[in-house]
Design a binder for this molecule. Structure first.
Ligand SMILES: [Zn+2]
Length: 127
């Protein structure tokens, strides 16, 4: 193997891992990406993916204090049936809250999968 190519591939790996993990890019990696079309393409893809995820999360955003509301409802429900914790958990209100949050989670997952599908289709088409 050509040691220069190995070093470049190593920089590509380091750079792409940093971008994927939203880590800080050091000067060496910043210099590398200016010359590396692979890493430039990767950066664009990640920015696109981030934008899609932002939109998906924003469009499915839970109301303010959603977690607090759900937790308070769960606590209130379980307090009502102190003789049986199972009875307190399995109430229509609890199931309703559970289904609501499950529905929100599922729609986020579907949106993310949809956009990931689009993203990879366009990647394959561009290659
Ligand atoms: Zn590179």
């Amino acid at each position: 193997m050509n040691p220069v190519n190995d070093q470049v591939e190593n920089l590509c790996d380091q750079y792409q891992q940093s971008i994927a993990c939203h880590s800080i890019i050091n000067k060496t990696l910043a210099d590398h990406v200016r010359q590396c079309t692979d890493c430039q393409k990767f950066t664009k893809s990640m920015q696109l993916l981030d934008t899609f995820l932002d939109v998906a999360v924003r469009e499915n955003s839970a109301p303010d204090h959603f977690t607090d509301l759900v937790m308070n409802a769960v606590i209130a429900e379980s307090k009502r049936e102190t003789t049986s914790w199972l009875g307190g958990l399995i109430t229509s209100k609890f199931i309703e809250n559970g289904l609501l949050s499950l529905g929100i989670v599922m729609s986020i997952i579907h949106l993310v999968r949809f956009f990931l599908g689009l993203f990879f289709t366009s990647m394959v088409a561009a290659a």
